[in-house]
Design a protein around this ligand. Structure first.
Ligand SMILES: [Zn+2]
Ligand SMILES: [Zn+2]
Ligand SMILES: [Zn+2]
Length: 479
C-alpha cells in the first residue's frame, strides 16, 4: 500500500498562489495612479446647538412634541424632508420654469400707457419708414396703435397692387392656422379640404387642396414646378412640408410623403423623386431612366428622349433645357452604347459575315469628356448627371441585360417662404439667378448624396451652357 504523503500546503494557500498575478505582468504594467495618502483630518470641535428663533407671539413647545395642535396627528419630519426632494426627471422642472416665465409675461405691466404717451405724429413718422405689411402688423398689435395709425394700413393691403405685401402680413399668422393654407394668388387663407390627407397626384388628376375662386378662371396656373411630362410639384405641397417642420405635424405633411416613383404611360421611362431638407432649403433629386438600344439613328434618339405630346424631354429638367448642352450630352451618351453580345452561332443565323468583337462586349461603358462630367445650369440651381448602366429587362425573354440611360437632376427649391423665391422662380424660367456666383463650390448633388452616406466621386462641374446662348425655343440645337 502506498504511503500517504503529509499535506504541505493547505488548499486556500495553493489557490492563492495559482491566482497570484504573474511577476512579468507586474513588471510591464505602468503605474498610472500614484497612491493617494489620506491625511487624517482632525475632528471638528463640537458645535453648539443652534436654537430656533421663536416667531413673535408664538407659544413655545418642546422640540420632541410633533403632534399637530388641531388634528392631533403626529408630524413625521423625515417624511416631510423626503417629500421636498425631487424624484422625477428634470423635464417637468423645466416646464415649471417655463410656466413661471409665461406667468411673469402675463403679469408684466401693460405697455399701452407707454405707447400712448408718445405723440401720434411720432408714430406716423415711425410708420412712414416701414413697408405696408409692417405698418399693418404694427396696427394689429394693440388697440392704442390702431387708433394712432388708423385703419388705412389695412385698407392699403386690400389693393390688388399690394398683394405681395398682403401675403407677407398674412404669413405671420401661419402658426395659428393649422387647418388653413395661405393662397398666394388671392392673398387669402383657404380651408384645407383634405386636411392631413394631401397626396401628390399626376397633373391631369384634379386634386385641389382648398376651394379657391381663382382655380376655375381661364388661363390661371397655380404655382408649380415641372418634374416630367404630366407630373408637377405644386407649390402648396412645398408649403405644407415647410409648415410641418416649422410649427407642428398638424400644420402640414411629412417631407417623406413627397417622395414618389412613377412610370411614364407612353414610354419606357421610369422616375424616382426624393427630397431632403438642408439648412432651411428643400433639395430635390429626380432620377429618370429608360432602356436604350445601341446604334440609334438621330430619329431613334429623338423618339427615345422627347415626349410626343409637347416635345419636351421625358426626363426631369429645368426650364433652360433648350439652351446649352443638355440634349447633346444625352445624345452623345446614347452614342456610346455598345452593341449586344452575340455568339458566332447567333451571328451565322443572320448571315455569313462574322464579327469577332461581338463575342466579348464589355458591358461597362466609359463615357467621354463631353458627356461624363456633371453639369450645372448657369441660370438656376439645378445640376445634371447623365450615366449609362446595365440593368435587367424582365419583360424581354431574349436579351435580359440591356443598357439604361439615367439622367439625374438635383435642384435647390429654395426656403419655401413663397412661390417668388429666386430659386423657385428661376427653375421655372422666370427671374434671374446666377448659379455659379450664388452657389460657388457648393454642389447640390454632393450635399444631397452625403445625407445617405454616399460620397460623390470628385467630378468636374461644368456649365450646362458654356457659351451662354439664350435662344430658348428659337434655337436650333435643342431638337
Ligand atoms: Zn385662392
Ligand atoms: Zn460622350
Ligand atoms: Zn436651369
Amino acid at each position: 500500500m502506498a504511503e500517504v504523503q503529509p499535506r504541505k500546503q493547505s488548499f486556500t494557500t495553493r489557490l492563492g498562489l495559482a491566482l497570484r498575478p504573474k511577476k512579468s505582468t507586474n513588471r510591464l504594467r505602468k503605474q498610472s495612479t500614484p497612491e493617494v495618502k489620506i491625511k487624517e483630518v482632525p475632528p471638528l470641535p463640537p458645535t453648539p446647538p443652534i436654537g430656533k428663533r421663536l416667531q413673535y407671539g408664538a407659544v413655545y413647545r418642546p422640540s420632541q412634541d410633533n403632534t399637530d395642535e388641531q388634528t392631533g396627528e403626529r408630524r413625521d419630519d423625515t417624511d416631510l424632508l423626503h417629500g421636498l426632494a425631487h424624484h422625477e426627471s428634470h423635464d417637468s422642472l423645466d416646464s415649471i420654469v417655463q410656466l413661471k416665465r409665461a406667468d411673469l409675461e402675463a403679469w408684466r405691466p401693460p405697455g399701452e400707457p407707454l405707447i400712448a404717451s408718445l405723440p401720434p405724429a411720432l408714430w406716423e413718422l415711425i410708420a412712414s419708414f416701414l413697408p405696408p405689411s409692417d405698418i399693418a402688423s404694427l396696427a394689429f398689435s394693440s388697440k392704442t396703435l390702431v387708433v394712432r395709425l388708423s385703419l388705412s394700413p389695412w385698407l392699403a393691403l386690400d389693393k390688388p397692387e399690394n398683394l405681395s405685401e398682403r401675403n407677407t402680413f398674412l404669413q405671420r399668422m401661419d402658426n395659428h392656422l393649422p387647418a388653413h393654407l395661405l393662397c398666394f394668388d388671392c392673398g387669402t387663407y383657404h380651408r384645407r379640404i383634405q386636411l392631413g390627407e394631401e397626396k401628390l397626384k399626376p397633373t391631369l388628376v384634379f386634386n385641389p387642396l382648398y376651394n379657391c375662386p381663382s382655380i376655375g378662371k381661364p388661363g390661371f396656373v397655380p404655382p408649380r414646378l415641372r418634374l416630367t411630362p404630366g407630373n408637377t410639384l405644386p407649390y402648396t405641397f412645398v408649403q405644407l412640408v415647410f409648415r410641418a417642420i416649422k410649427y407642428s405635424p398638424n400644420h402640414g405633411i411629412a417631407l417623406s410623403s413627397l417622395a414618389r416613383r412613377w412610370k411614364d404611360p407612353t414610354s419606357e421611362w421610369t422616375h424616382q423623386s426624393r427630397y431632403y431638407m438642408y439648412k432651411g432649403h428643400l433639395l430635390m433629386r429626380v432620377v429618370s431612366q429608360s432602356f436604350a438600344a445601341p446604334k440609334l439613328p438621330p430619329s431613334g434618339q429623338r423618339h427615345l428622349l422627347y415626349s410626343r405630346e409637347d416635345y419636351t424631354p421625358y426626363f426631369s429638367c429645368c426650364a433652360h433645357w433648350r439652351d446649352g448642352e443638355l440634349m447633346n450630352i444625352c445624345k452623345c451618351a446614347l452614342g456610346h452604347i455598345p452593341e449586344q453580345k452575340q455568339s458566332i452561332a447567333t451571328q451565322l443565323k443572320q448571315g455569313p459575315q462574322i464579327q469577332m468583337a461581338l463575342r466579348h462586349v464589355n458591358p461597362i461603358v466609359t463615357l467621354c469628356s463631353t458627356c461624363r462630367p456633371m453639369r450645372r445650369c448657369p441660370e438656376c440651381p439645378t445640376e445634371y448627371l447623365v450615366e449609362l448602366k446595365l440593368a435587367e429587362d424582365k419583360l424581354d425573354p431574349v436579351v435580359k441585360f440591356k443598357q439604361v440611360i439615367a439622367v439625374t437632376r438635383w435642384s435647390d427649391l429654395g426656403n419655401g417662404s413663397s412661390p417668388y423665391t429666386p430659386e423657385w422662380t428661376s427653375i421655372n424660367g422666370d427671374g434671374e439667378y446666377h448659379s455659379f456666383n450664388m452657389m460657388g463650390k457648393r454642389a447640390i448633388s454632393g450635399i444631397f448624396e452625403a445625407q445617405s452616406g454616399v460620397t460623390m466621386p470628385g467630378q468636374r462641374m461644368l456649365s450646362l451652357n458654356p457659351k451662354n446662348v439664350k435662344l430658348g425655343e428659337d434655337g436650333h440645337g435643342w431638337y
